[in-house]
Design a protein around this ligand. Structure first.
Ligand code: GAF
Length: 378
């Protein structure tokens, strides 16, 4: 693994760590002005940075290895670099695009978010870079601006049209809380959640399913939502509620109407979850909402896959109170709410189910809501 000194022949000036995330509920709602409830996880990315005076941006990744990528600031443009490095370079590019006083810099990225698990390793890379550069250049940017910079890097430099959930979770989360985010107002509230105190655990089930067509299908879902808005005369699907669904099914083709139904019902499920948490309800009562979210993503939004469905069904059969796929879909991870003492049993049942269907063996591990981006020792 390449260290900073080995890569650049000098020591870093400072370092920031930004976490990946789980999402309790609120899937494919963030680009529809809707509600989400993610939480940071104790896995993430650290960006070590050191200022340069020659206008050169050098980037190295501990995981990718190899020689640092070297790009003169003036040459930074979408398409110039690819792979994992693009999430980092994109942040520098976006800061420059905003007219911020960007200079040359050496950046080393090191992360422990399982790659391809749908736990937002890319947002963690962007947010670690954005927060470290904000500090290095004393930009004084507020956290929401850092979220927007990270998201813009992914949208406009990398070319992935994501919403703001992952970057918001990475920057704004606090330990022991889920982050309730209204993506229209970009208003947030920290919602205390303590599964351990209730004898429960949130288990991540990384299906290790290879992502298939994720980006293309994601963009297609976004287009369907935009087309539905035009046809129904609303600014965003957030503006619809259950009473509008009969009209959606009358006006739209059946597939697009089902996409709309997912977004409308998912927003309601997030608000119902928040209501339960605010009322101090037993966390077990969240379970049916999580499972209903999965069914809606599977049947109406059609972003699940055999691996995710198998994981969710097996976790429920093993006694989970609720389980659902997370993130964009077509692979990645599910989350299950289980009795803490049942972790090994659930793992066994989930792995056996995958084996019976000749699917990759899932990795199962617990996560507790962790802190958002923070400065760490170099
Ligand atoms: C991916 C995206 F990056 C998020 O913005 C969000 O849309 C999610 O898929 C689906 O809820 O993680």
């Amino acid at each position: 693994m390449t260290g900073f000194a080995e890569a650049f022949g000098r020591t870093p000036d400072l370092a920031w760590h930004a976490p990946g995330r789980i999402n309790l509920i609120g899937e494919h709602t963030d680009y529809n002005d809707g509600f989400v409830l993610p939480a940071a996880i104790p896995y993430g990315v650290t960006a070590q940075v050191a200022a340069r005076t020659d206008g050169l941006v050098r980037i190295v990744s501990a995981q990718l290895g190899g020689e640092p990528a070297e790009i003169p600031l003036d040459a930074l443009a979408p398409g110039v670099v690819g792979g994992g490095i693009a999430y980092v370079a994109g942040v520098v590019w976006e800061m420059r695009r905003r007219g911020l006083p960007v200079a040359g810099v050496d950046i080393r990225i090191d992360g422990d978010v399982p790659p391809g698990a749908g736990l937002s390793s890319s947002a963690a890379m962007e947010c670690a870079t954005a927060t470290a550069l904000d500090d290095l250049w004393s930009l004084g940017l507020d956290p929401l601006t850092l979220v927007e910079i990270a998201r813009a890097a992914e949208n406009d430099f990398v070319g992935m049209p994501c919403g703001a959930m992952d970057q918001a979770a990475s920057v704004l989360s606090t330990a022991g809380h889920a982050l309730f985010l209204d993506t229209r107002a970009m208003a947030t509230r920290q919602v205390p959640i303590d599964p351990a105190a209730a004898g429960l655990e949130l288990l991540v089930i990384d299906t290790r399913a290879p992502h298939r067509l994720v980006d293309g299908e994601y963009a297609r879902r976004r287009r369907s939502c935009a087309e539905a808005c035009t046809a129904l005369g609303v600014a965003a699907l957030r503006d619809l509620d259950a009473g509008d669904l009969p009209r959606a099914f009358a006006v739209l083709d059946p597939v697009t109407a089902r996409r709309v139904r997912h977004v409308v019902t998912e927003n309601t499920r997030v608000l119902d979850t928040i209501a339960l948490l605010d009322a101090g309800a037993d966390l077990r009562t969240l379970g049916p909402l999580l499972t209903a979210s999965h069914h809606s993503l599977r049947d109406d939004y059609e972003v699940s896959c055999a691996e995710l469905d198998t994981a969710v069904e097996a976790a429920l059969a093993a006694g989970a109170y609720g389980a659902r796929m997370m993130g964009g879909g077509f692979g990645g991870s599910a989350v299950a709410l289980v009795d803490a003492g049942k972790r090994e049993w659930v793992t066994h049942i989930v792995q056996s189910a995958a084996e019976r269907r000749r699917l990759a063996a899932p990795e199962v591990f617990p996560v507790a809501p962790a802190a958002g981006a923070r400065r760490v020792a170099v």
